[in-house]
Design a protein around this ligand. Structure first.
Ligand code: ADP
Ligand code: GN1
Ligand code: MG
Length: 380
């Protein structure tokens, strides 16, 4: 058993001793351990990545506020199907335990209740139900999350990673990594870089419209498919997890990121170009699910830019994986030396495929919009 984690478990308010500790390697940022105690209860311990999250206590405060709001809403609606994260405090009543490691550095750990009977998927291929139905459930789950938070005051949340979806800034970060070129990796990808330069104008539109024609709302900002816990048997959405990046933003960041992650035909590091494409049918199902929940709350320009959001968020991931590759893999956890290069190439191929499908996506969104507007579904 992992002795370090076993010692950390003891700092939290648990009754019982750990008998099993298993690492979950699904996330690219934090380190997650599933803990089973001798009384059969299950919990989760997470080491927060403090390179990514510079102020872990502020992250926890955001999560505390948002989860309390969600719990209140679920109680009011007598909703026992949906769940949210439940923070377990340390024995001295803190949201985090600070561990000083052998190099004298601080490591931050938190504990959550384990949400049982659920599963998080990286790809709909693994689901029990049809891909279309699963995509509908995923879209609905994030739509429901936005709906629950639609009356939460954005001013109460701190930007724990400022400029997280500031695409023009992400582009400048790439240019800076190329200028420094500390790993000598930059010029291996000149053709892709030139193509990225040609797309920056269009992919800055959403960020530049935020707070103007695009409203600022409470958003998740990391809507990967595996950040939804689905019921193990029915694959209905149960909880939106990984709330570290809940901040002010646009629903478009979440829709775009959700679809690029869930409706791509492949994993994020698949390399066979024939397998990397946006599956339009499941994209449509995802949108149906999302709009069924959140449609009535959206404004017209949010609808207009849905297609563009899928393109923009994929573009952003190309920039981010490539930047991290050139910088020497300091941000995303990698499983092998060229992992970020494979991720960047994968998202680049996906981006070009999405580019070809923009017209069809926009047409579909438009049809949905008209249908729902007739039902007075979407705000005029
Ligand atoms: P990361 O920020 O590294 O992505 P996550 O918070 O998403 O970390 O956790 C990683 C994985 O752990 C999730 O994809 C999910 O499978 C599992 N997980 C996280 N929180 C819970 C929870 N409360 N109950 C059950 N499983 C969870
Ligand atoms: C990270 O934490 P995880 O694995 O859900 C990243 C996202 C990226 C994603 C790409 C805080 O998400 O922004 O889209 O990897 N999270 C953070 O796989 O940077
Ligand atoms: Mg995650």
């Amino acid at each position: 058993m992992n002795e370090k984690i076993k010692n950390i478990v003891e700092k939290f308010n648990f009754e019982g001793n750990p008998v099993n500790i298993v690492e979950n390697s699904q996330g690219n940022i934090n380190s997650t351990y599933m803990i089973t105690l001798d009384n059969n209860q299950k919990f989760l311990i997470q080491k927060i990545n403090s390179y990514v999250f510079k102020e872990p206590y502020v992250v926890m405060r955001n999560i505390d506020l948002v989860t309390e709001h969600i719990k209140k809403k679920l109680r009011e609606n007598k909703d026992t199907t949906h769940k949210t994260l439940n923070i377990i405090k340390t024995k001295d009543n803190q949201n985090l335990f600070t561990y000083i490691n052998g190099d004298g550095e601080k490591e931050y750990y938190r504990a959550y209740e384990f949400i049982d009977n659920c599963i998080s998927y990286n790809n709909f291929d693994e689901c029990k139900i049809s891909k279309e139905k699963a995509a509908y459930n995923a879209g609905k789950c994030f739509g429901f999350f936005h709906k629950l938070l639609s009356d939460f005051p954005t001013s109460m949340l701190v930007d724990t990673i400022p400029d997280f979806h500031n695409t023009p800034k992400r582009f400048n970060d790439l240019l800076m990594s190329i200028e420094n070129n500390i790993t000598n990796r930059a010029f291996r990808h000149s053709i892709e870089i030139i193509d990225l330069i040609s797309k920056i104008k269009e992919c800055s539109i959403i960020w530049d419209s935020l707070g103007k024609n695009i409203p600022v709302r409470v958003t998740h900002n990391d809507t990967k498919l595996n950040n939804i816990l689905m019921d193990k048997d029915t694959n209905e959405g149960v909880a939106v997890i990984d709330l570290d990046t809940v901040m002010k933003g646009s629903v478009l960041f979440d829709i775009g990121d959700g679809i690029r992650s869930a409706c791509s035909n492949s994993f994020e590091d698949e390399l066979d170009p024939n397998k990397i494409f946006l599956n339009l049918e499941i994209t449509k199902s995802y949108l149906n699910g999302y709009l069924e929940e959140m449609g009535p709350y959206l404004e017209k320009d949010e609808i207009t830019y849905i297609g563009l959001s899928i393109k923009t968020l994929t573009y952003e991931l190309v920039l981010r994986f490539l930047t991290d590759y050139i910088n020497g893999d300091i941000y995303f956890k990698i499983k092998y030396p060229e992992h970020n290069k494979d991720r960047f190439m994968n998202q680049y191929i996906l981006l070009n495929d999405i580019n070809k499908k923009m017209e069809e996506i926009d047409e579909y969104v438009n049809t949905l919009y008209k249908k729902q507007k007739n039902n007075q579904y979407i705000k005029k």
